[in-house]
Design a protein around this ligand. Structure first.
Ligand SMILES: C[S@@+](CC[C@H](N)C(=O)[O-])C[C@H]1O[C@@H](n2cnc3c(N)ncnc32)[C@H](O)[C@@H]1O
Length: 331
């Protein structure tokens, strides 16, 4: 790739948006929408998003009508991504009848009629952010999309739970869960070996003495959430499924796939349990499948909606059966 690492990561995150849009579990999304506390100009919803990247989740929630009055704190350790988030959200606001204002590069206000969404961008490592926060709990909602599989979920959620006003909602989405599939098959044994080695690289990653990612984060959250005091309200699969139609891959999803193949190549290039010449051939063959518009990619993930129990009684939640299966959430 010819662009800088920062530019290519920004483009990857942008290309991931349509993949996530399709993947997000609609039932869990509807449960999230139905569980959001009431908000208004005098009582905005206070949202904390960790690992927010270029702001695609905020954009999506605005676009899908989830946020009228909100104060959002978006935390990410990469300053370049937050600058891009501010730029994208300003563009989004301008295209959707919001008046955007604020000259401070670390914040943005989007006003529409009497409603105001204020976004504050914080460049910080998530645990440093959590540990550095003093004062009473501030936020009603925690968002983490495609993030908890990059950190130690238990340590992170435990630290963040101190910052949340109970009862708080946790909408934790796109948590990788142990299955990657490339279609068509090249060699079933080699395909399986590459999948297992790639997952191992996720499991072995460490940062500051803590696990930094895990290939089974999704299923692990069924245990971790109760351990940090959160009740699981809903869960459902949110698999990435990328495939071409007659006119090729949608949006910028060919780029998304190039990124996925590049990630496999760099993660596995030092792997001792793979014969490197076979890996090089496998990557080359997958890139050709992509160029020919034949490559299909599936990654299994799980979305969660949870609530941190508090002093207030937990409201009766809608029964899962009452949520009709629909492809699209009513806007
Ligand atoms: C896979 S990206 C997902 C970004 C965004 N949530 C999305 O779905 O497009 C993970 C994000 O988490 C950020 N990140 C990873 N580890 C972090 C940490 N320990 N503290 C803060 N941010 C972190 C990265 O900079 C990146 O923006």
């Amino acid at each position: 790739m010819s662009d800088s690492p920062n530019d290519s990561f920004i483009r990857y995150l942008a290309s991931k948006k349509t993949v996530d849009d399709r993947a997000l579990n609609v039932r869990v999304l509807r449960s999230f929408r139905d569980s959001l506390p009431a908000s208004g100009p005098a009582s905005p919803l206070r949202i904390l998003e960790v690992g927010g990247g270029i702001g695609t989740m905020i954009e999506r929630l605005l676009d899908w009508g989830f946020l009228a009055d909100a104060q959002i704190t978006a935390v990410d350790e990469q300053a370049g991504l937050l600058i891009e988030a501010r730029r994208r959200l300003t563009d989004f606001g301008n295209a959707h009848e919001y008046r955007s204002s604020g000259t401070d590069p670390s914040s943005l206000e989007l006003r529409r009629g009497e409603h105001l969404v204020r976004i504050h961008f914080v460049e910080q490592e998530v645990l440093d952010f959590a540990r550095g926060h003093s004062g009473p709990p501030e936020w009603d909602v925690l968002l983490a999309n495609a993030f908890l599989d990059l950190v130690d979920p238990q340590a992170t959620l435990r630290a963040l739970s101190r910052l949340l006003r109970r009862p708080a909602l946790l909408y934790l989405t796109i948590n990788f869960d142990g299955m990657t599939l490339f279609i068509p098959e090249i060699d079933s044994e080699l395909d399986a070996q590459i999948e297992a080695s790639y997952h191992r690289t996720m499991d072995e990653r460490m940062r500051d003495g803590l696990r930094s990612g895990g290939s089974r984060t999704g299923r692990g959250l069924f245990g971790v959430l109760p351990m940090v005091g959160a009740e699981i309200l809903d869960a459902g699969s949110s698999d990435w499924i990328v495939f071409p139609d007659r006119s090729g891959y949608p949006a910028d999803e060919a780029y998304f796939l190039r990124w996925i193949l590049d990630s496999h190549e760099s993660a596995l290039s030092k792997s001792t349990d793979l014969e490197q010449t076979r890996l090089v051939e496998w990557i080359a063959e997958r890139r050709q499948q992509l160029e020919r518009g034949e490559l299909i990619y599936v990654a299994h993930q799980i979305d969660f909606l949870a609530r941190l129990a508090g002093d207030h009684p937990i409201e009766e939640r809608r029964s899962r059966a009452s949520i009709s299966p629909q492809w699209r959430v009513d806007r």
